[in-house]
Design a protein around this ligand. Sequence first.
Ligand code: ADP
Length: 532
Amino acid sequence: MNVKPKVLIVDDRVKNIIVLEEMLADLDIELMRASSGQEAIDKASKHEFAIVLMDVRMPGMDGFETVEIIRKDPLNELLPIIYITAFYNEDYYRVKGIKTGAVDFITKPIIPDILIGKVSVFMKLYKQRKNLEEEIVWRAQIEKDLKKAKDLAEDATRAKQKFLSTMSHEIRTPLNAIINTVNLLKEEEPREDQTESLDILKFSADNLLQIVNDILDYSKIGAGKIEFEKVEFEMRKLLTGVRQSFNFEAKRRKLEMEFNMDKSIPPVVVGDSIRLTQILINLVGNAVKFTEKGSITIEAKPVKRHNSQIDIEFRIIDTGIGIPKDKITFIFESFTQASSSTTRKYGGTGLGLAITQKLVELQGGELKVESEVGKGSIFSFSLPFLVSDKPFVEEDAMQKSSFHSLKGLRVLVVEDNLVNQKIVSKYLSKWEAMIEIAENGRIAVEMVKKNRYDLVLMDLHMPEMSGYEATLKIRALKEKYYKDLPIIALTASVFLEDREKIFEFGMTGFITKPFNPKELFWTISPFLKKRD
Ligand code: ADP
């Protein structure tokens, strides 16, 4: 602080003022004078004083009255005032002085050391207060800047989220159509040369979908929007499923697939089975991708058990190309691969491990890797699960029954996209359901009013009237039938908030596009049973 603290000396006698000034001459302060109460009030309203030395006995307005008026100015409410008086020992003065907010008294005759000591203390306090005030202003500014930066960052994240949500829809919709059409074509007994082309088409489309999903997942993790579910599932079934999904590829490349699950793992545990599958698929996928000969082993064993919690360690062991020591830390970074030739030779985006690592960490685990070039790699992690005492997960009765018929189920398909209309209709007619089609929400509402359906499959984004609005309109109709009518959303979005919105608008459930025929069947088949 460069400005010297100001001290006001108030006394009707100049001689007294001069004496005080001389005593305080060595302090690093600026002294100002007032020879009457009025002058003191004027000066106090114009300057900021660190302290006022106030004579009590003055003609006209005395010291006490002066201080009372000075104090009325909110800026001077706490201004430290020391009374200079010969009458300090008299109770009347003491009480009056304290009532007007004196911080101290100095009695005449003045002892210089006492005066200097007292004034110095107040100077110190004043300086401290000033520093604090400056710091508060500085901090407030920083807070303001931080808030501005945070708002900007949040805006940017929102814009990114919106962009990704749109992109997710825009890219996944045509991609769905490609994947589903290929699936249908493959079921229509193509020629051998066509089968090969269809396989390539399917492989590329699946790959592209995986990349889009990876990017979406990665951005969701970045935005802190990932949530983990707690569901009961059978560990053996999950691990077998993961292994099975690579059987074909492993066989094609003559790789052994081994599977080792410790018997002491409880049959049913509680955790996020979908994310665990995603983690394992990523790691086993890499193992298969980067192994030319030998084997891939998936291992699971318990490492810690505490009451109802169990930590299970998973190890994915391959005999593949391995990772150079100096590259090991980089492979977990996003968009990074161990060698620049990797993309050319093996494909991929370099996002898989970044996502996998985050998914493991966010659930309280750590992803580790040991690797030797030319020998192979071991990726391992352990995650906590809750132990369930059930021997197996009860399956829906319909799921156990065979995957064949929806005979007699009356379904209204609300979808504007012609390819999607065709795909859904083809599957539904294969399963012997009765289908009608509405091209948008408005037509759907009309049709629901005129006819009886067991189920509505509702696309969300459509011209004229969206699926959300159509659902609101249907639910607002009077009869109970309209409140109970199952409405299943068809959505390409993988965002949690979009899924929540589906339920907020009164829909019964959702199916994600591209349709997995089995998922489509299992989702709608329970409604056949309910109708009976
Ligand atoms: P992507 O597989 O899409 O390239 P990842 O993030 O899954 O991206 O992997 C990053 C890199 O780590 C890979 O490109 C590869 O160089 C290396 N890598 C991962 N897993 C293995 C493995 N099992 N064996 C050898 N290298 C691996």
